[in-house]
Design a protein around this ligand. Structure first.
Ligand SMILES: O=c1ccn([C@H]2C[C@H](O)[C@@H](COP(=O)(O)OP(=O)(O)OP(=O)(O)O)O2)c(=O)[nH]1
Length: 178
C-alpha cells in the first residue's frame, strides 16, 4: 500500500516521516517532490573497479546551471534530508524529468526503513541537458509494510550510507567482501 497525501501528513505529525526542508506545496496526491541538491560528482577514473574504492570529484552546480553530458555517470543528491521510521521509502523519477531524458537512478530507488539521510542520485542523460540547483528532480513514495522490523537501517552495523551528508556519496561496494 502506498501512502496518500493525508497519510504522509499524518506520519509527518507522528514523526515517522521527516522531510527537511518541507514545503506543503511539494506534497502530491501520493508522493512528495524532492529537489536537486547543490552538489554533483563524477568518478575520477574512467574505468571503475567494483572491488575498489572509486573516488569522486564533487563540484557545485553554478547559478547558471550545469550541462550534463551523455556517457557520463553523475552522482547527485537531494536537497531534502529525509527519515522514514515505519515505511519503505522509494525515490522515483518525475515524468517531467524523464521527458528531458534524465534518469535519476540506475537501480530501483528503494530505501530502507530507518534510512536517515539525503538521497544520492545516479544520474545519466540521453542528450545534453542543463540542470539547476533546486529543480524538482524526483518524488518520494512511501509503502506500508507487513510485520515488525528487526534491524532498522540507521542501526545496522554494516550499513554503508548512514553518515549524514549534503553531498553525493560514491559507491561503497568495496566494503562488501566478494
Ligand atoms: O537511489 C537511491 C536508492 C537508495 N538510496 C539510499 C536509501 C537506502 O536505504 C540506502 C541503501 O540502499 P541499498 O540498500 O539499496 O544499498 P546497498 O548497496 O545494499 O547498501 P547497504 O549494504 O548499506 O544496504 O541508500 C539512495 O540514496 N539512492
Amino acid at each position: 500500500m502506498i501512502l496518500t497525501d493525508q497519510q504522509i501528513l499524518a506520519e509527518i505529525e507522528r514523526g515517522n516521516i521527516v522531510i527537511e526542508p518541507y514545503d506543503r506545496t511539494c506534497l502530491g496526491t501520493n508522493s512528495y517532490d524532492v529537489h536537486l541538491g547543490r552538489y554533483l560528482a563524477t568518478y575520477r577514473d574512467a574505468v571503475l573497479d567494483a572491488r575498489k574504492h572509486n573516488e569522486i570529484d564533487v563540484f557545485e552546480i553554478p547559478e547558471e546551471g550545469f550541462v550534463l553530458q551523455p556517457g557520463t555517470l553523475y552522482l547527485g543528491v537531494t536537497e531534502e534530508y529525509t527519515e522514514s521510521h515505519a515505511h519503505v521509502p522509494f525515490l522515483e523519477g518525475k515524468s517531467s524529468v524523464g521527458r528531458l531524458g534524465i534518469d535519476i537512478h540506475a537501480t530501483a530507488g528503494k530505501g530502507d526503513i530507518g534510512f536517515c539521510n539525503t538521497w544520492t542520485l545516479e544520474i545519466s542523460v540521453s542528450m545534453p541537458v542543463r540542470v539547476y540547483h533546486l529543480m524538482p528532480v524526483g518524488q518520494l513514495i512511501y509503502f506500508a509494510v507487513q510485520g515488525d522490523v528487526e534491524t532498522f537501517y540507521n542501526r545496522k552495523a554494516n550499513a554503508k550510507y548512514n553518515e549524514r551528508t549534503i553531498k553525493p556519496v560514491e559507491s561503497m561496494m568495496w566494503k562488501n567482501r566478494f
